[in-house]
Design a protein around this ligand. Sequence first.
Ligand code: PAF
Length: 283
Amino acid sequence: MELLPTIAAVRNYVAAARHRGLTIGLVPTMGYLHEGHLSLARAARQQNDVVIMSIFVNPTQFGPNEDFARYPRDLERDRELAAGAGVDAVFAPAVAEMYPAGYATYVHVEGLTEVLCGASRPGHFRGVTTVVSKLFNIVQPDRAYFGQKDYQQALVIKKMVRDLNFPVEIITIPTVREADGLALSSRNKYLTPEQRRSALSLHRALNLGSELIKAGEREAAAVRRAMEKEITAWPETRIDYIAISDAGTLKPLERIAGRVLLALAVWVGNTRLIDNVVLEVSD
Ligand code: PAF
């Protein structure tokens, strides 16, 4: 497996692959890989001739008081895991390679980025869409792979791709969970054993909300109240948001119908976790 530390090295690698008529799949990550990332890599392996994974903890998507500095990093381990999942090359640039001194250009998707995680993390999606645009321009992939756990991120990137005419197909892959239902996340590493138990409240609340809706509840406020009660019953939890929204527009719903997103962000101690589920709901 190749390690490509610079944009020039990626461009050479991609040019050689294109010269041979090969298709390219890109798996953008911030590293500290888990099964969720590896499921993206395996899907990319099946659908493309060449798989490139980027590993870059992107400073522009972290707020000033967020966990950029302490975000877990382990490139050696990541390289081995990526190779095992069929990745051909890892692009792992330094921050100065992506954002040299004087860097001043950002990509902003309006609307979809102003709610849910965008409301609690101002500037976050601007950082995501900027770095993903740069990665698309550098790698020029045929397909790019994103996890369903970051539902809003995938939706924002799809919108950006449509609006800016990027010639790339965005593929979303279902969330990978631990046996007890906790969604995999590199941030799970921050949790103490007690907090790890409380982190299950996200999955439990989503299950509870889904069950209520399946049983016929159509009032979003009632579903939200039940989910809130479930989460706050666990130690060290603090709700950032619980959204019951149209899965396409992210507009909040009062009455639950159609393709519905239940999404939440919850602080467990000092760790902010997110999870979601999408339901098809008949009237
Ligand atoms: O989902 C992530 O890990 C990041 O937001 C991404 C897409 C790699 C951009 O930095």
